[in-house]
Each structure stands twice: as C-alpha cells, then as structure tokens.
Design a protein around this ligand. Structure first.
Ligand SMILES: [Zn+2]
Length: 159
C-alpha cells in the first residue's frame, strides 16, 4: 500500500492541511498512543470541545494531538511538534490520538472512525519510522485504565 495516497485531511481551525505539511517541526516520536473520549455514542464533539474541557482543568491546551470525530473527520488538537498531555510518563516522545466515543468502556466507534484511525496511524508510522515508532493503547501504558477499550496492539497487527 502506498501510504502517501491515503486521503488524510486534517482540519485545524478552519484550515485543511495534510499531516505531512507539519514535518518541519519534527520531534522524536517513538509511540503513538490511542485514547477514547469516554463519551456516549450520540455525543458529536471534536477538538474544540475537548480543548475547552482541558483548559477548564487548568491545562495550557488540549492534551491530544488528534481527535477523530464520530463522522470520521480527523481534527488537529495540539501541534505534533509540541509535547502532549495524554499518557502520564510517556508524553515527551509520543503522539496522542483520541477517538470520540467509548463511553462506559464500550467499543462503539463508527466505521468512518476506524478507517480514519487506520489511515492516520499508517501516516504517522511512515512519518516517524526512523524513530522506530510503535502503536499502543492508553491501557497498555496504565493497566488501571481501559481506554480506548480495545487491544490496540492486536488491532495494529503487532506493531
Ligand atoms: Zn486515554
């Protein structure tokens, strides 16, 4: 598969960018961590709402680098060049992706979300392959968490 042909459109404050346009601000990324928003299936939120929640916690910005909405649209949260706030002890060298949904431990992501997650992870793995980047779930890093409620390593094919 040619990763470059995967149609990832990233929406940031009204601008549409390809993820690869951001490569000039590269930071060593060794881990892609998948999360969920822990929201009910009918709750259609995106990066803007999650940013407001995280600002309310006193954080400087949204903790995740990408948010995948219920319709499958990927939105930019924190810039990839910046260290995120999504996985305690693992933020410095990781990127955090949040799937909207997953409330109450459910695996209720839409087909469009699964497609976007796969395409986005493939893009990021290609972009950061020289750092030996791997994919995992939040639950792989903190065994007290179920987030994102599925076995990410099995989903990613052992990567
Ligand atoms: Zn999480």
């Amino acid at each position: 598969m040619n990763y470059q042909q995967l149609p990832i459109l990233v929406v940031s404050e009204g601008h549409i960018l390809m993820a690869d346009e951001r490569i000039e601000h590269e930071r060593p990324v060794e881990l892609i961590v998948i999360h969920c928003a822990d929201t009910p299936p009918g709750m259609d939120i995106g990066a803007k709402q999650i940013r407001e929640w995280h600002l309310d916690r006193g954080w400087s910005n949204i903790g995740y680098h990408y948010v995948i909405r219920r319709n499958g649209e990927a939105e930019v949260g924190r810039d990839e060049a910046e260290v995120g706030a999504h996985a305690y002890g693992h933020n410095a060298r990781s990127i955090g992706i949040c799937l909207v949904g997953g409330g109450g431990g459910a695996v209720d992501y839409t087909a469009a979300q699964w497609d976007t997650l796969k395409a986005l992870v493939m893009r990021l793995k290609e972009k950061y392959k020289h750092f030996g980047v791997r994919v995992c779930g939040h639950n792989d890093l903190d065994h007290k968490k179920t987030c994102p409620n599925f076995n990410v390593k099995a989903w990613a094919g052992g990567s």
